[in-house]
Design a protein around this ligand. Structure first.
Ligand code: CUA
Length: 351
């Protein structure tokens, strides 16, 4: 009885974990359905490597089972000592050469692809985006277009896009599994990676290097749109007016509060900022990368960011220390932020 209970408990724990892991709502966070060049190449190497491993496994297991059956102790031979041999040149050469050949089979495409994905020959003539990883969010700057944004990275479909990546604090790793491989985002040097998406859509990305309390919440998205839509988006973002007066009175009051409390870290428009740029905050479908895009969540986020993303940079904000932002204030700020819509081109329109 006890044994059964244990089994049931293990099973339910296991199913719960499967459920938890699969129900994250992180659509297309998979390297197995490639929608971009880097991801496709990575999958090709994964398949080559797994095929080699499966062949090795089958051969080794077949020999193992054969030896087990053929040389097992037989009735009446309990005390028999088989013929003892030591060293066999042919065998030793065979089992040294085979792994070398297998490693060469894996190494050739791996090295070729590694060089191919590091190719920077088209960098000058392509779209360049500066990516900055910070605890626990992503800043995207389009230097040629003079656009700053965060969390949602917009790119045109079918184009090589070069990402120049650096971190302001610890090591992060940029990873959108269905579009490309991973790239370390270091505080001391710039790493460049190009991505090329094959299909329009919204692709989930995650930080893939442990970087602190909320590492697992350092999510972002790549929004892949047609060239036409991308150009439209660029124009719309360039036209963001930080001084635009919101329609509703609460949002107007929210704007005033935002400019008292939040503007020291955040920015609207093409201004560099310590915290996330919020130019198109209203266009996004997530708050802080992981929260539902609703007024309720946003108010909670403003008032108690530690409960949603432990260890994040906003915890040091003066308004949280001196509690100068009330529930009512937070609602007004949320009203202002949610109406910051920059473009018709959004993750929702790209889906
Ligand atoms: Cu950034 Cu993990």
């Amino acid at each position: 009885m006890k044994d059964w209970m244990g089994k049931i408990r293990t099973l339910s724990l296991f199913s719960l974990m499967v459920l938890l892991l699969s129900a994250c709502g992180r659509d297309n966070l998979t390297a197995l359905v490639p929608k971009g060049y880097g991801a496709e190449e990575s999958l090709r190497i994964i398949i080559i490597t797994i095929t080699v491993m499966i062949v090795v496994f089958i051969v080794v297991m077949a020999i193992f089972v054969f030896v087990l059956l053929k040389y097992r102790q037989k009735k009446g031979q309990e005390n028999m000592v088989p013929k003892q041999t030591e060293g066999n040149k042919t065998l030793e050469i065979v089992w040294t050469v085979i792994p070398i050949l297998l490693l060469i089979v894996i190494a050739i495409p791996t090295v070729a692809t590694t060089y191919d994905l590091a190719d920077e020959s088209a960098k000058e003539d392509s779209l360049n985006i500066n990516v900055t990883g910070e605890q626990f969010w992503w800043h995207f700057e389009y230097p040629g277009e003079e656009i700053q944004t965060s969390q949602d990275l917009y790119i045109p479909v079918g184009q090589k896009v070069y990402l120049n990546m650096m971190s302001t604090d610890v090591i992060h790793s940029f990873w959108v599994p269905s579009i490309s491989g991973k790239m370390d985002v270091n505080p001391d040097n710039e790493n460049t990676m190009y991505i090329e998406a094959y299909e329009e859509g919204v692709y989930w990305g995650q930080c893939a290097e442990f970087c602190g309390d909320s590492h697992s919440l350092m999510d972002f998205r790549i929004v892949v749109v047609s060239q036409e839509e991308y150009d439209q988006w660029v124009t719309d973002m360039q036209n963001v007016d930080p001084d635009a007066v919101p329609e509703s009175t609460t949002a107007q009051e929210g704007k005033a509060l935002f400019e008292q409390s939040c503007i020291s870290c955040h920015a609207v428009g093409n201004t560099p900022s310590v915290g996330p740029n919020l130019s198109n905050f209203g266009d996004r479908t997530m708050i802080a990368g992981v929260l539902e895009h609703s007024e309720e969540e946003l108010v909670e986020w403003i008032l108690n960011p530690a409960s949603k993303k432990p260890g994040n940079g906003m915890l040091d904000a003066p308004y949280l220390q001196d509690k100068s932002v009330s529930q009512e204030d937070a609602e007004k700020i949320a009203d202002y932020l949610l109406q910051l819509k920059a473009s018709e081109i959004t993750p929702d329109s790209a889906k």
